[in-house]
Design a protein around this ligand. Structure first.
Ligand code: NAD
Ligand code: UDP
Length: 316
């Protein structure tokens, strides 16, 4: 198959490029590098089945030749990024999704949208099944991301219903691993780089808020299976292992041997979700998928990458 991956130079997009190439497909990565980097795909330069196109997907997309699948992963994803880039975030979720769907329709391609657990907002149902409609503040600081993704889901369903495009929607829960940006502000890169520098880990709020962390290879496997499944309705892909941020800090300090402990800071925004855990019964049932990598195993695979990055930048 010939596959277009928008956001292909980002953290998740680049891992998807690797997987689809490894399975023998041809991959076109499209990215405007607003939060991604060609460093993530530098190892693919010169690959006979790989092409990179520098393009903003909110503008008309032209691709010569056939396309069999469009994976729409372009979007700022970390809270710091989308707070700094609110308009671009809304545009890529709305206009970018429209352009990517239009391309899929024109090419007769299958379309997969990277949606998010943030469509559930600060959830009042726990854990979150796909049937939960969510609890989102449209005008709060996270609204730009949450509502863009909710709109993107609606647009995707509309293209399925009215234009007959074969669409898939994956609701991704917190995912981490090598190639996350050191300074993207998410808790995993923050804690690991603080721990490796021997600094205290910054816990926002009282640390009682929870997250469920998924290692990137599990996400990639879930996306791969979903794309080739028949499921049109959204599917959660995440690791149900749930930790408070305080527990997570302790685990990172333990694995890295960091003795500097933690410090408490004001919560980033008032809309910071208090709990988050995927209900993955649907993915288990229809994709025969479940995560394989535990938090400790995933951190053991991720920490060396961050150490190397910090050393490369002369920061360690
Ligand atoms: P990332 O920032 O590393 O990757 C996003 C990529 O999209 C970047 O390379 C960026 O340059 C590109 N991009 C942004 N706007 C663009 C535009 N207008 N045109 C072309 N390219 C554009 O983030 P990520 O963690 O890899 O996230 C990828 C996708 O997965 C996003 O859609 C995000 O919402 C979704 N997601 C990620 C997570 C997670 O935990 N990592 C969780 C839920 C959803
Ligand atoms: N967080 C923290 N310290 C940090 C970065 C994040 O305590 O240095 C908290 C943040 O307030 C949130 C959780 O960790 O409650 C996860 O934040 P992240 O930015 O990784 O993603 P989110 O799940 O909020 O989108």
């Amino acid at each position: 198959m010939r596959i277009l991956i928008t956001g292909g130079a980002g953290f998740l997009g680049s891992h998807l490029c690797d997987r689809f190439l490894a399975e023998g497909h041809t991959v076109i990565a499209m990215d405007n590098l607003i939060t991604g980097s060609t460093d993530n795909i530098a190892h693919l330069a010169g690959h006979p089945r790989f092409l990179f196109i520098h393009h903003d997907v909110t503008n008309y997309i032209y691709i010569e030749g056939p396309i069999d699948a469009v994976l729409h992963f372009a979007s700022p994803a970390s809270p710091i990024d989308y707070l700094e880039l609110p308009i671009q975030t809304l545009k890529v979720g709305a206009l970018g999704t429209h352009k990517a769907l239009g391309l899929a329709r024109a090419k007769g391609a299958r379309f997969l949208l990277a949606s998010t657990s943030e469509v559930y907002g600060d959830p009042q149902v726990h854990p979150q099944p796909e049937s939960y409609y969510g609890h989102v503040n449209p005008v709060g600081p996270r609204g730009v991301y949450d509502e863009a993704k909710r709109f993107a889901e609606a647009m995707t369903m509309a293209y399925h219903t009215y234009h007959g495009v074969e669409t898939r929607i994956v609701r991704i829960f917190n995912t981490y691993g090598p190639r996350m940006r050191l300074r993207d502000g998410r808790v995993v890169p923050n804690f690991i780089s603080q721990a490796l520098r021997g600094e205290p880990l910054t816990i926002y709020g009282d640390g009682s808020q929870t997250r469920s962390f998924q290692y990137v290879s599990d996400l990639v496997e879930g996306v791969y299976r979903l794309l080739f499944s028949d499921e049109v309705e959204p599917v959660n892909i995440g690791n149900p292992g749930e930790f408070t941020i305080a527990e997570f800090a302790q685990i990172v300090n333990e694995i890295t041997g960091n003795k500097a402990g933690v410090i408490y800071r004001d919560l980033r925004t008032k809309d910071d979700p208090q709990v988050r855990q995927p209900d993955i019964s649907k993915a288990r049932r229809i994709l025969q998928w479940e995560p394989k990598v535990s938090l400790r195993e995933g951190l053991e695979l991720t920490i060396p990458w961050f150490r190397q990055e910090l050393q490369r930048r002369g920061e360690l």
